[in-house]
Design a protein around this ligand. Structure first.
Ligand SMILES: *Cc1c(COP(=O)(O)O)cnc(C)c1O
Length: 383
């Protein structure tokens, strides 16, 4: 494989505090919803939802996680030395776009790959035939997600073809929900029905070595009859319901708190505009604080004049436009505020004005996007 020299550096002033205890407690709580035999697959794609994949995998190794899921081959390669032989499932299906080396390394390292087309099966077979390498695959059944699964009829022919391949082992059969996070679960139930039909027609449940799985976080929490042999939890493990839930059946605590220092304090007179575009003009004399993070660090520009940060127990509004690397806060009403003091940018409390939910609402998006936007150069501090 070509090895790329990285240009990565860490910003010690931007601190993402990662609370191990809460992460492990979330895993325990999610597991408690499942039958004892159901395996727990920790989804750590997208830099562990912005939390830091190395740090999160290291913590999870101390808890009861049975497998990991990542989006890409490269993430699998990145964590394989940390996971101590626990299975790593690569969610992006294998395809002829993968290099010969990627397929070979996947087989050699025991990565579990997703198979969702006949072309991919032929491609893998052509690469591995005549070698002693075996690739473990999970067949992804399209039941309604409408993304990259294979329709049940083609899946049936793939099942047969896999039987005849010496270099391919069927390790799993799975599907993925499109709407498990919605209040109306009727579509998810239809998906379960289609999946069940496939499992029954091909007697998959009788194959002991095949792991059947379907549930993401929302499915794990809300669809107990879809737990099967394994659940794949991402967002819930990090402490969030896919969307805010009024009466959650299980407590989840956000794992990450993002902080940054106040670098400077300035008096700004009434009538003097603040930041690009002059979108904020104070009507009184104010004390403004500069915080050295901006949209290039994942703090969205649409938070301009709308988001809030916390300084101890006090709330300070963002004023003016969020810049590439700086934000300005109005700290006039924060007692004894000082340069060097740490400000909470994203809080590990669902009810905080700067929770990931609150920020997601401002950006008209989901908390997943707020979290995954946290830049890799933010220093992850594990507690
Ligand atoms: C991302 C992903 C998950 C995890 O989803 P969450 O909602 O974060 O739990 C599970 N399965 C697949 C196939 C995924 O792509």
């Amino acid at each position: 494989m070509k090895v790329y020299r990285t240009q990565h550096y860490i910003r010690p002033d931007l601190q993402a505090h990662i609370h191990s205890k809460d992460l492990l407690e979330n895993v325990r709580n999610l597991r408690s919803l499942c039958p004892a035999h159901t395996k727990f697959c920790a989804v750590v794609k997208a830099n562990a939802y912005g939390h830091g994949i190395t740090e999160i995998v290291n913590i999870l190794q101390k808890g009861s996680v049975d497998a990991y899921a990542v989006a890409t081959f490269y993430e699998a390669l990145h964590i394989v030395s940390l996971t101590k032989k626990k299975p790593i499932l690569i969610l992006e299906p294998i395809s002829p776009v993968w290099s010969v080396e990627q397929i070979r390394i996947s087989a050699r390292e025991g990565f579990e790959c997703v198979l969702s087309s006949t072309e991919s099966l032929h491609y893998v077979t052509s690469i591995l035939s005549g070698t002693s390498l075996i690739l473990r695959v999970h067949l992804k059944i399209e039941t309604g997600m409408g993304r990259c699964g294979v329709d049940p009829a083609t899946a049936a022919s793939l099942l047969e073809a896999i039987e005849d391949c010496e270099n391919i082992r069927l390790a799993g059969v799975f599907t993925h929900f499109a709407t498990a996070d919605e209040d109306d679960l009727s579509y998810a139930e239809e998906q379960i029905n289609r999946f069940e039909q496939f499992l029954n027609t091909h007697r998959i449940k009788e194959r002991r070595k095949v792991t059947i799985h379907a549930a993401n976080s929302a499915g794990t929490i809300k669809l107990p009859h879809a737990h099967y042999d394994m659940v794949r939890c991402g967002i819930a493990m990090y402490g969030y319901y896919s969307r805010r839930m009024a009466n959650p059946p299980v407590p989840l605590k956000p794992v990450l708190q993002l902080q940054a220092p106040i670098t400077q304090l300035h008096r700004i007179p009434a009538g003097h505009s603040v930041s690009y575009g002059r979108s904020f003009i104070p009507t009184r004399d104010i004390l403004a604080a500069i915080v050295p993070l901006g949209y290039a660090d994942g703090y969205r520009r649409c938070f301009s004049n709308r988001a809030q940060m916390k300084i101890g127990p006090y709330v300070a509004p963002v004023i003016g436009r969020v810049c590439m690397d700086q934000v300005i806060l109005d700290v006039t009403d924060v007692p004894a505020v000082q340069a060097g003091q740490m400000v909470t940018v994203l809080d590990n409390d669902h009810n905080s004005p700067c929770s990931a939910y609150a920020l997601a609402d401002l950006a008209e998006t989901i908390c997943y996007e707020i979290l995954t936007f946290i830049h890799a150069h933010v220093n992850r501090i594990v507690h």
